[in-house]
Design a binder for this molecule. Structure first.
Ligand SMILES: [Ca+2]
Length: 297
């Protein structure tokens, strides 16, 4: 998963144009109208989908300007595959081992309830956030709101004009539009899940922070996964994926639901972890960490 916000670059003119666009979003018309006008269509859609006008209005009252620089950064071409190999270093395996020891009681409870091996949960937390060391600081609601409004051609036009000429050539306008329309549909589903979390558990979604693609907490769950698999592990009445017990049991719940406990062969285990992140390299490294952590034990 992407861990950092990447500033669009490589083209000074594009940067200037983007700065102008951001100024328009965050200063010009918005000074008079607030962010409400930019997100009006999005808010009406949420209300039509059953969320109260009061809830939607409150959540968007302090909404941030769309983060077009983020959308631009995700449309860069030729960025390559992340290198995960360093996670297999002995010091990282020792961290995974220590994490399991430090949360021994929680894992005893987890094994009894869900039956998922601690090593695979520790491996996921290591790769995703290094056990909560970097869960991301990007406002989650702003991420999904920004991608969601890419269903409007005018907003896609702004991004199209802001990416580099080489990226425009690599995409072609039709594929570019399709990608952003797909992202918009995905983001709206995640935004709706955020509002479901607010309605169901009183989660303050305006204050949530996470990755640049909206993933939350130690296991980097998307809101739809949090709605389906979130567990209040420490019994405080809240689901907080930055809390170890909640994060461990929620991840165990997710893995069990995707068939981890029935997965006996390596290909079956690979298939389960692939659901977590659609990257073959990621799957191999997570299973490799879990295997080495087991060996150490
Ligand atoms: Ca809790």
């Amino acid at each position: 998963m992407l861990k950092r916000t990447v500033v669009v670059g490589g083209n000074f003119c594009a940067l200037l144009l983007l700065s102008s666009i951001l100024a328009l979003f965050s200063c010009g018309p918005c000074r008079a109208k607030g962010q409400g006008e930019i997100y009006r269509e999005l808010q009406n859609r949420l209300i039509r989908d059953g969320f109260s006008r009061a809830l939607v209005g409150r959540a968007f009252r302090s909404a941030r300007p769309p983060m077009l620089h983020l959308v631009c950064s995700t449309m860069r071409t030729g960025t390559g595959v992340p290198d995960y190999d360093h996670f297999l270093a002995p010091k990282e395996i020792a961290c995974a081992r220590r994490f399991i020891e430090d949360h021994r009681n929680c894992f005893v409870e987890e094994k009894a309830e869900y039956g998922v091996a601690p090593e695979i949960i520790a491996a996921l937390f290591l790769v995703e956030t290094h056990f909560g060391s970097y869960t991301g600081k990007t406002p989650t609601m702003a991420v999904f709101s920004t991608f969601a409004i890419m269903n409007r051609k005018g907003n896609r036009d702004l991004v199209w004009r802001s990416i580099s000429a080489s990226d425009r050539a690599a995409w072609g306008r039709r594929a570019f539009d399709k990608k952003l329309l797909d992202r918009s549909a995905w983001a709206y589903g995640e935004l709706r899940a955020l509002f479901e979390l607010e309605r169901r558990c009183g989660m303050k979604i305006e204050s949530l922070r996470g990755s640049v693609m909206g993933a939350i907490g130690w296991p980097q769950f998307l809101p739809t996964s949090l709605v389906k698999y979130g567990v209040d592990g420490n019994g405080d009445g809240r689901i907080d994926l930055n809390n170890a017990a909640d994060a461990i049991l929620s991840t165990a719940n997710y893995l069990r639901a995707y068939g981890w406990c029935e997965a006996k062969t390596r290909p079956q285990k690979e298939a389960v972890i692939y659901n977590y992140n659609h990257s073959r390299a990621y799957v191999q490294i997570v299973l490799g960490i879990a295997e080495r952590t087991s060996e150490v034990r």
